[in-house]
Design a protein around this ligand. Structure first.
Ligand SMILES: Nc1ncnc2c1ncn2[C@@H]1O[C@H](COP(=O)(O)OP(=O)(O)OP(=O)(O)O)[C@@H](O)[C@H]1O
Length: 254
């Protein structure tokens, strides 16, 4: 297969990606010959049975983990083989993260948490970025909470702060790992609505790992993994259609 080295429509891409853990008989194949791109301006869900390689794929695409084989690009920039310092800089500048456990800094208030990516990058937000952050705080219903610390907020509010932090720097792509996993279903739906509206209103590109068919039904595209391979690549689907694919994959993988 020809490896394309440029594609303006993709914000992140991997080619012939393999990831192995351990040696000899104990070798585990987490990813096996995966070639896939995340499309710009789309909300992509990554689904699959437990152990199918979802988190590994996301971590390699986000430069949090390195592949055993194959190549990785962020936009047009190949990141395969970059060292830790270069990857850290690239993540800070070009990638946003939203995690199941929110990952806010407990000693910083809401504004401090949202400004953290700028501070880590050694830059203060410009006046325009500051205005954008204020607008984000208002849109996410956090304007009365800016001086609160994470432990003074509900789970849903904490995840909204994490989303505001991820959106504040206008990253090329946001990687979300089970963003609704720790939330009740109503709060989870609100969070998904916020991610969806970032795609609709700002063209934000988002890739989300999830187990939840309802969460995945908010996506424009759903990639299904099983045993470390991409086994299906669908446009938007209803929750019941997603559940039925997942049931089939769980049977195959088991
Ligand atoms: N650090 C590691 N050492 C050894 N094996 C690992 C490691 N990380 C992941 N694996 C294995 O790689 C495979 C893929 O794991 P991964 O976490 O990517 O799956 P997943 O689809 O995200 O699973 P889950 O839905 O349960 O979180 C699994 O078999 C897992 O046990």
């Amino acid at each position: 297969m020809e490896i394309q080295t440029s594609d303006m429509g993709l914000v992140a891409r991997v080619a012939q990606l393999g990831k192995y853990y351990g040696d000899g008989e104990r070798r585990v194949t987490a990813l096996d010959d995966v070639s896939i791109g995340i499309r710009r301006g789309q909300f992509t869900a990554i689904m699959g049975p437990s152990g199918s390689g979802k988190s590994t794929l996301m971590h390699v695409m986000a430069g949090l983990d390195t592949p055993s084989e194959g190549r990785v690009w962020l936009g047009d920039d190949e990141i395969t083989g970059l060292g830790d310092a270069a990857l850290t800089k690239l993540r800070r500048r070009r990638i946003g993260f939203v995690f199941q456990a929110f990952n806010l800094i407990p000693t910083l208030d809401v504004r401090g948490n949202i400004l953290l990516p700028f501070q880590l990058d050694g830059s203060a937000p410009t006046a325009e970025e500051q205005r954008r952050i204020d607008a984000l705080l208002a849109r996410l219903g956090l304007q009365d909470r800016v001086r609160h610390r994470p432990h003074e907020l509900s789970g849903g509010q904490q995840q909204r702060v994490a989303i505001a932090r991820a959106l504040a720097t206008r990253p090329d792509v946001i990687f979300a790992d089970e963003p609704t996993g720790a939330l009740d279903s109503r709060t989870g739906r609100e969070v998904l609505g916020l991610l969806r509206s970032a795609v609709e209103t700002s063209g934000q590109s988002i890739a989300m790992v999830t187990h939840d068919p309802i969460a995945a039904s908010h996506a424009d595209r759903i990639l299904f993994l099983a045993d470390g391979r991409i086994v299906a690549d669908h446009g938007a689907m209803r929750p019941e259609e997603i559940s039925s694919v997942m049931l089939q994959l769980e049977r195959v993988q088991a």
